[in-house]
Design a protein around this ligand. Sequence first.
Ligand SMILES: NC(=O)c1ccc[n+]([C@@H]2O[C@H](COP(=O)([O-])OP(=O)(O)OC[C@H]3O[C@@H](n4cnc5c(N)ncnc54)[C@H](OP(=O)(O)O)[C@@H]3O)[C@@H](O)[C@H]2O)c1
Length: 238
Amino acid sequence: MLLKGKKVVILGGTSGIGLAAAKAFLDESAQIIIASRSASKLSDAKAMLGGNVEGYEIDFRHEEKVSDFFKQVGNFDHLIVTAGEGAMGHFSELPVAAVREAFDSKFWGQYISVHAALPYLNNESSITLTSGVYGKRPPQGATTLASINSAIDGLVRGLSVDLAPIRVNVVSPGIVDTPLYGGIPKDQRQDMYNGIAQQLPVGRVAQPEDIAETYVYLAKNGFTTGTSVLIDGGAHLI
Ligand SMILES: NC(=O)c1ccc[n+]([C@@H]2O[C@H](COP(=O)([O-])OP(=O)(O)OC[C@H]3O[C@@H](n4cnc5c(N)ncnc54)[C@H](OP(=O)(O)O)[C@@H]3O)[C@@H](O)[C@H]2O)c1
């Protein structure tokens, strides 16, 4: 399935994996629309991507705003969602409110986005969501992300049946060097990456581009649906 001229919406396309996905779809000559909350991230991303990229300020947790956004965008071909914020912390220490907040973002944000996008997709469309390896192999302190990511994987299996012939898949990354970890001081962050890299069979953490091409593959491959693609450098084995 060629992506040339196809309209691709990337919620979360202003940073990290979503921004790299926007670049990867542009390389396929697709028409790109990116969206996230921050005006400055939007203008930086548009400057970086160049060309004819459209950008919208939107918080995907708010159903009405997401509906308005898709109404503005109109008909389109492929939906990618990489937006979402999780929460880390030991089960006995993380307040329930923080867990609910993470579900509101990473699970419900993706659910709401699919719901609102549906009227504008067509029979050849695809939807690709984002979960994470902690759904399969959580380290200590990742109970919330294990739950959210597993819920997203389940959501995708159900959607691929309910929404057929629209194809619905999910990308499940391992550790990726993105601004998600920008709050950790640089030296500490590098030590964290090095420590993880030493344990991984591939010997390094991922760059956003490693993950981005999977979204392109899933949009292009007309025979793939209901699938979770794990790209974790072997993290699920260690
Ligand atoms: N990086 C990793 O190691 C890793 C591993 C496994 C899974 N993942 C998953 O991969 C996805 C992308 O992560 P990333 O590393 O690319 O993170 P990132 O660099 O922080 O990018 C997240 C993007 O989502 C947007 N976003 C966040 N909350 C939003 C909201 N409420 N409404 C609209 N947009 C929102 C952010 O922009 P604004 O701030 O402007 O809204 C940003 O564009 C997440 O679901 C993450 O859990 C990441």
